[in-house]
Ligand binder design. Structure first.
Ligand SMILES: [Zn+2]
Length: 254
């Protein structure tokens, strides 16, 4: 039995805490206060930290956690010294009886990776700031093409894959998605649901690949409806990659 819960951090980050009867792991601890409190209160046995990319809001809590308990920190090959186990594409990690596979997904940063587990037919994905519910991360270090390729990999994962991303951006992402596809009923109804959840302070995650394929414009760039809307607005895009770039640049200024 796996329990995956969000711990809110900063203004809109989620730190993910995964617990089985063998212990717990934490993904992207940008800060440690709430996490260490929960671990203490529930007497959890924290076994490892997983990092998706080097940004401070995903790594800032590592040192304090290690000061509390010496455990392994898995992450990409970047300049963060506290990552003692460097992983790369197709690296296999076995933790708490779960087999994770590393997928390199550069774009948001060059070092960005995701952790995917098939989990006996109930797949899970921790994808940091690359694929968001209803959107995708900003392109800071990589190229738009890299981000497009990275999302192309993720969108081929099984439809029932649960997606645990690094921020609560769903409402603003879907507001943008409505502009890209004004007639998409799935986006409109998801947006209305998400507004209600946000009002109650309930996380809108996890999502699934199935939901994203229906409502996330960045995964839908091959569709005629989107191509028409984008061509009308920008009249330059020629192929799926161009359309992706046009939508990402539009979102940057939305
Ligand atoms: Zn980031």
């Amino acid at each position: 039995m796996i329990n995956i819960e969000p711990i809110k951090a900063f203004s809109d980050n989620y730190i993910w805490l995964l617990t089985t009867n063998e212990g717990s792991i934490v993904i992207d601890p940008g800060e440690s206060d709430n996490l260490l409190k929960i671990i203490k209160e529930r007497n959890l046995n924290l076994k490892a930290i997983l990092i998706t990319h080097h940004h401070f809001d995903h790594t800032g809590g590592i040192e304090e956690i290690l000061a509390d308990k010496s455990i392994d920190v898995y992450g990409p090959n970047n300049n963060i010294d506290s990552i003692n186990i460097k992983v790369s594409n197709e690296s296999k990690i076995s933790l708490l009886g779960i087999e994770f596979e590393v997928i390199e997904i550069p774009g948001h940063t060059l070092d960005h990776i995701a952790y995917y587990a098939k989990n006996d037919g109930h797949p899970i994905l921790f994808c940091g700031d690359t694929l968001f519910a209803g959107g995708c991360g900003r392109v800071f270090e990589g190229t738009f093409e890299q981000m497009y390729e990275s999302l192309s990999i993720l969108k081929k994962l099984p439809l029932n894959t649960k997606i645990y991303c690094g921020h609560e951006y769903t409402e603003s992402n879907l507001r943008f998605a409505k502009s890209v596809e004004p007639l998409n009923q799935a986006i409109i109804s998801r947006y209305n649901d998400v507004v209600k959840l946000n009002k109650q302070g309930i996380p809108t995650l996890p999502s699934t690949i199935k939901i994203e394929l229906k409502t996330n414009p960045f995964l839908r760039v091959g569709l005629k409806s989107i191509q028409q809307e984008i061509s009308k607005k920008f009249n330059t895009p020629k192929n799926d990659k161009d359309i992706f770039v046009a939508i990402r640049q539009w979102k940057d200024n939305f």
